[in-house]
Design a binder for this molecule. Structure first.
Ligand code: UDP
Length: 242
């Protein structure tokens, strides 16, 4: 089935774009054509009347948990990870603006020479002004992820949902790349997804999503036009919660 059944209409959302989604076939670094294509998709959704914020990850450059060890503490490594998300945010903002839409990067880590510092009231104003807000720097704290940031910003920005961009078209009972019998869900509750350990979000992000009844829509960012289609309720996606 192509369309998620009885999809609610989403008007204002956070799109979580992992660092990996910005990388090319190598799976690391920044692949400009891929960034441009995602920017085009975001712009198309904005033109269609949806209000969008983007939370960018940094895993294409650095993940704190992998980097930390004997010579580097986790908080320092996580700071580096958060800086990686700012680099991704800047490249996405630049692409959106170059392709003709207004965008603002707001970082949870203060670096005024580089971009705006995240402030809730100011971010809400950017939404009102119909800008695409790129949230970078994660939550600004170590030991968190950008998935948690996405749910946090969605709640703060009074969004209807988080669109989690992945490289598969939804949530499966097992990894569809490894298990041909993996079953795909059109819809599943947050509790069930968590209890079955379906790897939709990390545990902290799950807790925040459940507490705020924030639906997570899992879709493939590799399909051009997917963001708008999912928002219209015609795209292929799994609705988790909601
Ligand atoms: N990070 C952090 N606090 C946050 C968000 C992110 O310390 O609130 C760091 C952490 O080291 C993480 C890295 O930034 O590994 C990149 O974020 P994430 O792993 O969530 O990126 P993604 O997997 O989405 O590319």
């Amino acid at each position: 089935m192509d369309a998620a059944p009885n999809s609610p209409a989403y008007h204002r959302v956070i799109v979580k774009v992992s660092g990996e989604a910005l990388s090319g076939p190598e799976g690391f670094g920044i692949h400009q054509p891929t960034v441009d294509r995602i920017a085009e998709d975001l712009i198309a959704a904005r033109k269609a009347g949806f209000a969008l914020g983007v939370v960018v990850g940094g895993g294409n450059i650095l993940r704190g948990v992998k980097m930390s060890g004997k010579s580097l503490s986790r908080p320092t490594a996580d700071s580096m990870g958060m800086l990686a998300t700012v680099m991704n945010g800047l490249v996405l903002e630049a692409a959106i603006e170059r392709l003709g839409a207004p965008a603002r990067t707001m970082s949870a880590l203060s670096m005024p020479q580089v971009c705006e510092t995240y402030e809730r009231a100011r971010a809400l104003r950017h939404f009102e002004e119909n800008r695409i807000v790129v949230f970078a720097g994660g939550t600004g704290n170590p030991f968190f992820t950008t998935d948690t940031t996405a749910v946090l910003r969605a709640a703060e920005m009074e969004c209807d949902a988080v669109l989690k961009a992945t490289d598969v078209d939804g949530v499966y009972s097992a990894d569809p790349k490894k298990d041909p019998k993996a079953e795909r869900y059109d819809r599943i509750s947050l509790k069930e997804a968590f209890d079955r350990d379906l790897k939709v979000l990390d545990a902290t992000a799950f807790a925040l999503a459940r507490e705020n009844s924030m639906p997570i829509i899992v879709f493939s960012i590799r399909v051009p036009g997917a963001i708008e289609a999912v928002l219209r309720g015609t795209g292929r996606a799994t609705v988790v919660g909601g």
